[in-house]
Design a binder for this molecule. Structure first.
Ligand SMILES: [Zn+2]
Length: 104
């Protein structure tokens, strides 16, 4: 995106680039509730992660031990939801802070 000779311009992240940074590798989905056990490390505490501006309720699941993330929706749907949040912030500096862990 940066043209030679021009100054560097940082574009706001799109849903797709945010998705990439989340590093969700598995395409398997858990639609209504998180997996009982983390598919990667077996830990039993996998929680929903809510992203402000995306949807009400968890957008994806995250293992509290290894930090791996798992889909609740299809990749396409997840990206579409993430896309709704891109106007809320300009860079990922504040990205972690807009996350809210849902209490058990
Ligand atoms: Zn895990």
């Amino acid at each position: 995106m940066v043209q030679e000779g021009s100054s560097h311009i940082t574009l706001p992240d799109t849903g797709e680039t945010i998705y990439t940074k989340l590093e969700i590798n598995s395409t398997k989905r858990w639609k209504n509730s998180p997996p009982d056990n983390c598919p990667d490390c077996g830990h039993t505490d996998v929680q929903g992660v809510e992203i402000l501006g995306a949807i009400d309720g968890p957008l994806f699941w995250e293992c509290s031990k290894c930090g791996d993330r798992f889909l609740r929706f299809t990749k396409k749907t997840t990206i579409a939801y993430l896309d709704k949040t891109k106007d809320l912030y300009i860079d990922l500096e504040g990205f972690d802070r807009i996350w809210e862990q849902i209490p058990n």
